[in-house]
Design a protein around this ligand. Structure first.
Ligand SMILES: [Mn+2]
Length: 484
């Protein structure tokens, strides 16, 4: 019995204005080749099949095409939902796919002693003679509400404890069930039917850099940061997903993250992506090997000053073993140091590397640069806060955040919401001012020479509002620009 463990495909990922369709297509073709050449009986995908809950059509097409091809090869497929997947979206084709040797598990069903509810998550893998060769405890991403009823007044630590025990309990019940199934299918005394478990979570022992990678979204915020690997049942292999760098967990051999097949953020650029080939012969200890996945799209990060950008780009290209062409360019994330306050930074950089087989996807200022810029802005602002519009102030607050490209929508929305609130407040203010003015006019018995004074106040507020309005629309324009 041999199966491939993979996870975190993130089909449909939108990446700084690019999509990953080409890379994903090549990966899936490659995976089909492995199934063919290595005689694979099953593939386990441990969550995050899609990048979002509403993946684009091309991503769904990749998924269904792949399933169609795999099914023709007598290979079973187990698909687990991850935290990025939508239970509803993955679930809608579940019954259809069950007819194509594909089992899709979207959410956990907490065991009810009197029902067979856990059955769905206990899956048997069979060989071509229809004999059971392994039993899988198929556990997808566990949403806390699926396993625990939240209790009011619980401290964060209590909640963490409750969730840890609820997940442990779920695994242990499934495992017991799997043991029974394995026993039932034993054809002779010495046969060992291995039990495999899956999961989509952060296990204790995963490095902080891996769990805080740009593309790994936090799960269980504030409740359970990491699941203790000792709490897993004694399965013969545990196929995990969620962390994008391939690794063994907690000093064990048999608990592993396969990692994602393609780098999903620039901080994963240097990782050799792979899948695991897990083989059970007649022993309970599997033989595990790493199958490296070819790089379908090179990504790189360059930290540089504007002056050494060209030489660093050249060095990067020189270090590149494979052929780069106008079709095959390196996607770049450039972090610029000491670039002053250039507004046209992105444009300058693009002009500098125009001749090279690279494509600049992301330009960032170094942290020190951003801080220095804010400091000097702060100095200027100290003297002139009175001259700033509220939009200027909000804008400088936005500038303090290290926005990634995928945040651009959020940033734009924040800007829009702020503008809306600001407009509303200004309207309120104008109303109050005019009411005050009317009141003053009505009750005012003062000589007429003081009237212009009132008028002056009201004019000021009107002209202020229009100036601010103009600046607010500037803000929108600059946000729109950032969106590109
Ligand atoms: Mn993921």
């Amino acid at each position: 019995m041999r199966f491939i463990h993979t996870s975190d495909w993130h089909l449909g990922q939108y990446f700084y204005g690019k999509n990953r369709a080409n890379e994903h297509q090549q990966f899936l073709n490659w995976l089909i080749e492995q199934v063919q050449t290595l005689g694979i009986d099953a593939i386990i995908v441990a969550g995050d099949i899609f990048d979002t809950s509403t993946p684009p059509s091309y991503a769904r097409e990749l998924y269904f095409d792949f399933i169609g091809k795999i099914q023709q090869m007598n290979c079973q497929l187990i698909i687990l939902a991850g935290n990025h997947d939508s239970v509803a979206m993955l679930g809608e084709s579940k019954s259809l796919l069950a007819n194509l040797s594909t089992r899709v598990i979207t959410h956990v069903n907490v065991a009810d002693e009197n029902s067979n509810k856990t059955n769905e998550q206990v899956i048997t893998l069979k060989n071509s003679n229809k004999e059971v060769t392994a039993v899988v405890c198929a556990v997808p991403f566990i949403r806390p509400r699926d396993v625990i009823a939240s209790k009011a007044g619980q401290s964060a630590q209590d909640k963490q404890q409750t969730l840890q025990s609820a997940i442990t309990k779920h695994y242990s019940e499934l495992y017991k069930h799997a043991e029974q199934v394995a026993l039932q299918h034993k054809t002779h005394e010495n046969q060992n039917i291995p039990i495999i478990a899956t999961g989509h979570l952060t296990a204790l022992g995963v490095s902080l850099t891996d769990s805080k990678s740009d593309s790994v979204r936090d799960i269980y915020i504030g409740t359970l940061e990491a699941f203790s690997s000792h709490a897993f049942p004694p399965a013969d292999y545990i196929a995990l997903g969620h962390i994008h760098r391939a690794q063994k967990v907690g000093g064990t051999e048999h608990i592993r993250y396969s990692g994602s097949p393609i780098p999903l953020s620039f901080d994963e650029a240097k990782q050799q992506k792979s899948v695991y080939l897990v083989e059970f012969e007649n022993s309970e200890t599997p033989k595990i090997s790493t199958i490296p996945i070819p790089c379908f799209q090179p990504l790189a990060m360059i930290k540089t000053s504007l002056e050494s950008l060209v030489s660093k780009t050249q060095a990067l290209i020189d270090s590149y073993q494979e052929e780069l062409t106008s079709e095959r360019k390196i996607w770049l994330d450039i972090e610029v140091q000491s670039s002053g306050y250039l507004n046209d930074l992105q444009q300058r950089i693009e002009e500098l590397v125009l001749e090279y087989p690279v494509e600049v996807l992301l330009v960032r200022r170094s942290k020190q640069d951003r801080q220095a810029m804010l400091l000097s802005q702060g100095e200027q602002n100290k003297n002139s806060l009175a001259e700033l519009s509220i939009e200027d102030v909000f804008n400088s607050k936005l500038a303090q955040v290290d926005w990634q490209d995928e945040d651009s929508e959020r940033k734009a929305r924040l800007g829009q919401l702020f503008t809306k609130i600001a407009e509303q407040s200004k309207e309120e203010l104008t109303k109050i001012t005019s009411v005050q003015q009317v009141n003053t006019n009505n009750t005012d018995n003062s000589p007429s020479d003081e009237k212009p004074n009132n008028k002056r106040i009201s004019d000021e507020s009107v002209s202020d509002a229009s100036t601010n309005g103009a600046r607010a629309s500037d803000l929108n324009v600059s946000i729109e620009k950032n969106k590109q």
